[in-house]
Ligand binder design. Structure first.
Ligand code: ADP
Ligand code: MG
Length: 302
């Protein structure tokens, strides 16, 4: 027992001496050894950190280049498909006399041309919008907005979309919602983009629900829920990134540019709102947008 205590004291003394040598490097051989050791350790740490930084830059560049190639592949598809349709049907209409088209065929082809041109315009507009959002050049006009009015037109769109997709659509918009501080155009646009996804990534006979009610802290809560394919947490992060799409195989079922969700989130945040995604793979997705009551926001500013 005594021996052990003596040896512990000796070890403490030794460590103490070594330590004081390290603090005052010129005070002896042990001190200078420690100084050398700490210099070497410092160099090794610096090298390790540089290596890590280089590796991170390499990985980032690889991801950026993969996203870029996927984006180029997608965008070419999104531009070429409608352009080919426009060209094909316009050629048919031009030669209407020789190919002897019936009047209802002419109307149908004209409709397809308009539809393709609208799709093309919306793809080009999305690319312009995201580049403006990225360079912080997107203007916002905040006003006192009546949520129910904006959401009623979103709901009308939802009803016709549900019929087209053979799904169910339910809208539950509280009548007594306070006005919120928002940009009317951006609000409707964000909600419609999220609703479009809710129908698109859903099953036949699935359901989409649009809810608007008072949330916590007197905020107005707009929620779009679906019973669709859902996403894992990692997939949500991809979906929220620009051009990010989850299924990038060549036989991908759904088309699009991967800009809808990041634009909806950026527009919501530009208006001072919050954009929250809850999703469960195979179960469905809830997207919640939270906005402050206009009266309270104004009181805050004053
Ligand atoms: N409600 C949803 N349910 C399941 N997956 C979704 C949902 N919304 C978005 N996603 C996934 O996120 C991706 C990105 O969505 P988005 O930015 O709107 O681009 P796009 O619709 O053009 O593919 C989609 O391709 C899809 O994989
Ligand atoms: Mg989309």
């Amino acid at each position: 027992m005594v021996k052990a205590s003596t040896s512990r004291t000796t070890r403490l003394d030794r460590l103490d001496r070594t330590f004081s040598g390290a603090i005052a490097p010129n005070s002896g051989a042990v001190g200078s050894l420690l100084t050398q050791y700490s210099i070497q350790l410092g160099d090794a740490l610096l090298r390790h950190r540089t290596e890590l930084a280089e590796r991170a830059t390499r990985v980032e560049a690889e991801i950026a280049s993969r996203v870029k190639s996927e984006f180029i592949a997608n965008i070419s598809h999104e531009l070429r498909t409608p352009l080919n349709a426009i060209l094909g049907f316009s050629n048919l209409l031009r030669d209407a006399d020789t190919v002897q088209l019936k009047p209802d065929q002419i109307t149908e082809y004209a409709h397809l041309i308009v539809e393709s041109a609208e799709g093309l315009l919306s793809t080009v507009n999305d690319v312009i919008t995201i580049s403006k959002l990225q360079s912080r050049k997107m203007e916002v006009h905040l006003d006192d907005v009546h949520v129910d009015e904006v959401l009623k037109s979103c709901a009308a769109w939802g009803t016709s979309r549900a019929k087209h997709m053979r799904q169910r659509f339910i809208s539950q918009i509280d009548d007594a919602l306070p006005a919120i501080r928002a940009d009317q155009g951006y609000l409707g646009d964000s909600v419609t983009r999220v609703m479009a996804n809710a129908f698109r990534f859903n099953h036949e006979e699935g359901a989409v629900v649009l809810t608007a009610k008072r949330g916590p802290y007197n905020k107005v809560m707009i929620c779009i829920s679906d019973t669709g394919i859902g996403m894992t947490e990692d997939e949500v992060q991809i979906a929220l990134s620009e051009f990010g799409q989850i299924d990038n195989r060549l036989d991908r079922q759904h088309e699009g540019t991967g800009l809808g969700l990041p634009i909806a989130r950026a527009l919501t945040e530009l208006q001072g709102g919050e954009f929250i995604v809850h999703s469960e793979k195979g179960e469905g997705t809830d997207i919640i947008m939270l906005f402050g009551d206009a009266a309270m926001e104004t009181a805050h500013v004053v």
